[in-house]
Design a protein around this ligand. Structure first.
Ligand SMILES: [Zn+2]
Length: 291
């Protein structure tokens, strides 16, 4: 693990790292005071002229947020924009299970018994993945779904440096409505959402608007709801998150690495604001808005 840390540290070129930390530090200071309630009157750092420059930077980011908030979507988009891998620990477990890797047998035993995969196994899979990425010349990563507990956050500190932790926030009633509105087409597997969220801003709090994602006519009669998208299950997932993962926010807040981001709505409303908060420019955003 120490070798990995050295490896990752050594890979960060001083110039790109320096530029990046300036941008991030300014991003954090401008946001923590205003908590994204209102856009800063002038951007702390001018828009970056070239996407190429963004790719050259070393990004070691973590996405936090309640289940259903959209971490995977935003982490995926940012990883494509910045040219760094989006690493979801759930995917690492699934990949290892389907491989002939050294942990595959142990993992299938754990998963078949319905047990939770231990922090040690997750960290070991993650370390292996980061090392492989380093060998391939990856310039960073965006983690999604990790660290999930305070203990994992502490272990991660010994494995690699995290520059920035983006905490995506949505009120719980909105999350619940959004999760209960999820539908899948039983025929083509398409994902839709029938919930229309339209909360008016009041008492200085901004409103939240999320348009439904309605299916095309050919799917409309074939929609099914996932068995675990019930109010009871969603509330239980939120309870576990509050108990296990909320302390992780405080862990990174104390280290000055937490960027709070209140989602103003769906991807159309949120993506441009998230980019502004991170001082990034997506030149393809118009073309890729539907992606
Ligand atoms: Zn369909």
């Amino acid at each position: 693990m120490a070798a990995l840390t050295r490896l990752l540290r050594a890979s960060a070129t001083p110039s790109s790292n320096c530029l990046f930390s300036t941008v991030v530090r300014r991003g954090i200071s401008s946001l923590s005071s205003e908590a994204d309630r209102k856009p800063p009157s002038s951007p702390p750092v001018g828009p970056l002229p070239l996407r190429k420059d963004q790719k050259e930077r070393n990004v070691q980011w973590v996405f936090l947020g309640c289940p259903g908030v959209g971490k995977g979507t935003y982490a995926g988009r940012l990883s494509r924009l910045l040219g760094v891998p989006h690493i979801a620990t759930g995917d690492l477990v699934r990949e290892e299970l389907s491989s002939s890797g050294s942990l595959a047998d142990e993992l299938s035993g754990i998963v078949n018994q319905g047990k939770l995969v231990s922090d040690e196994i997750i960290i070991s899979l993650l370390s292996k993945r980061l090392e492989e990425g380093e060998t391939k010349g990856e310039s960073g990563f965006i983690l999604d779904g990790f660290p999930r507990t305070l203990r994992q956050a502490e272990i991660l500190e010994g494995v690699t440096d995290i520059d920035l932790v983006i905490n995506l926030n949505l009120p719980e009633d909105v999350l619940l409505k959004k999760c209960l509105g999820r539908r899948i087409c039983g025929h083509c597997g398409g994902n839709f959402n029938v919930a229309c969220i339209d909360i008016k801003g009041e008492n200085g709090k901004p409103g939240i608007y999320m348009a439904p994602l309605l299916p095309p006519p050919e799917c409309a009669s074939k929609l099914i709801t996932r068995a675990d998208d019930t109010e009871e299950v969603v509330k239980e997932r939120l309870r576990i998150y509050n108990e296990m993962t909320r302390p992780v926010e405080e862990f990174y807040r104390r280290r000055g690495k937490l960027l709070e981001f209140d989602l103003p709505g769906g991807i159309t409303e949120s993506w441009p604001k998230l980019l502004r908060a991170l001082n990034l420019v997506d030149h393809d955003s118009k073309q890729s808005a539907a992606a």
